[in-house]
Design a protein around this ligand. Structure first.
Ligand SMILES: *[C@@H]1O[C@H](CO)[C@@H](O)[C@H](O)[C@H]1NC(C)=O
Ligand SMILES: CC(=O)N[C@H]1CO[C@H](CO)[C@@H](O)[C@@H]1O
Length: 334
């Protein structure tokens, strides 16, 4: 609920910090996308389908006006595959979940921003690793049909597959691409993710680099989405960061892979705790990406949304720790 105030207060914070340097401003403009994950609709996934406003919620549309007004232009919206199409992937959509989702995403794009539709399923459907690729393709065809005429929707095939081989994930991502395109949605970007939680630091070593390279899209609008946290195990569960340069270090191999293969990347999730080491690390990460915008198209902080409470990376005003102390550092990049 409070998330709508995120950038409103951010603008106030901007007045209180030093103006961005010319080089920072220049860098900032080069990101195609900068924004946040807007959580809520994927919450309470132990309860499927779950009840609206009890197990899960939709972030308020009023957020969007404020955030877009302050310069953000990309919102990743996690959802649950099972809530949208229950029982089986080839089934039909549940209107109770579908209609507010469509409204919310269309609202975002009506403001000129990109809405990233993110089935937050870790490569699983009802907790089983998806191996029915044609079923998954059907799921995406059904869903993409809703947005055929909206070129500011981005289809994010699946959040953070893990404990499955990169070759299997390749098949999963290709099924998504094929499903989306066969719906008639041909103008939109598609974000693909890899195994090992789509970590940037393990992109090459996990096999993603080799296997996902051969994905094909008739519209040629694939963007490789990677995630990078800055804590010891890279899981995004600690408020501490390894060092102030860990971000750029962890992105190096993936950046080289993108360049060598002439691919585009998006950092779909990143965050660090609200302490000096992490804040320097976040700055280092964004600076590094800012000098490699030939391959990095943007970055999305994890996470925003109305139900995060005292989460270590919360951007929630008035007291979310990321919001009160890390946000000012990121303003030059918005
Ligand atoms: C449809 O979704 C609503 C809310 O998510 C849920 O309460 C209802 O049980 C769902 N219906 C089916 C058939 O899954
Ligand atoms: C890194 C992180 O914060 N991951 C969380 C993302 O959000 C889901 C719920 O949406 C949590 O279960 C994860 O722990």
């Amino acid at each position: 609920m409070h998330f709508c105030n995120f950038l409103l207060v951010a603008s106030t914070a901007a007045l209180a910090v030093a103006a961005p340097s010319a080089s920072e401003k220049k860098r900032a403009k080069k990101f195609q996308w900068f924004g946040v994950n807007e959580s809520g609709a994927e919450f309470g996934n132990a309860a499927l389908p779950g009840q609206l406003n009890k197990d899960y919620t939709w972030p308020p549309t009023s957020t969007v006006d404020t955030l877009v007004g302050k310069g953000m232009n990309a919102f990743r919206v996690p959802i649950m595959m099972e809530r949208l199409i229950p029982t089986k992937m080839t089934g039909s959509m549940n209107a109770t979940y579908r209609d507010p989702m469509v409204q919310y995403l269309n609202y975002i794009t009506s403001k000129g921003a990109y809405a990233i539709l993110d089935p937050h399923n870790f490569g699983r459907y009802y907790n089983n690793i998806i191996t029915d690729y044609s079923g998954f393709q059907a799921w995406w065809k059904t869903v993409a049909t809703l947005f055929v005429n909206n070129d500011k929707i981005i289809f994010d095939c699946n959040n953070e597959p893990h404990d499955m081989g990169s070759a299997s994930v390749k098949q999963l991502m290709q099924a998504c691409i094929d499903g989306v395109r066969s719906s008639g949605a041909t103008s939109q970007y598609i974000f693909v993710e890899g195994t090992s939680y789509s970590g940037a630091w393990t992109w090459v070593s996990s096999g993603n680099g080799a296997d996902l390279l051969s994905l094909t899209d008739p519209s040629d609008k694939i963007v490789y989405e990677m995630h990078q946290y800055l804590d010891t195990d890279g899981s995004g569960t600690s408020a501490n960061c390894v060092s102030s340069t860990i971000g750029s270090e962890r992105l190096k191999a993936a950046t080289a892979w993108l360049k060598t293969n002439k691919k585009k990347g998006i950092l779909g999730e990143f965050a660090g705790g609200a302490n000096t080491q992490c804040q320097n690390a976040v700055k280092d990460l964004l600076s590094y990406m800012g000098s490699n915008t030939d391959v990095w198209m943007g970055a999305l902080w994890w996470g925003g949304g109305p139900w995060w409470g005292t989460y270590i990376y919360s951007m929630e005003p008035p007291s979310g720790s990321g919001y009160t102390s890390t946000l000012p550092l990121m303003l030059p990049y918005i």
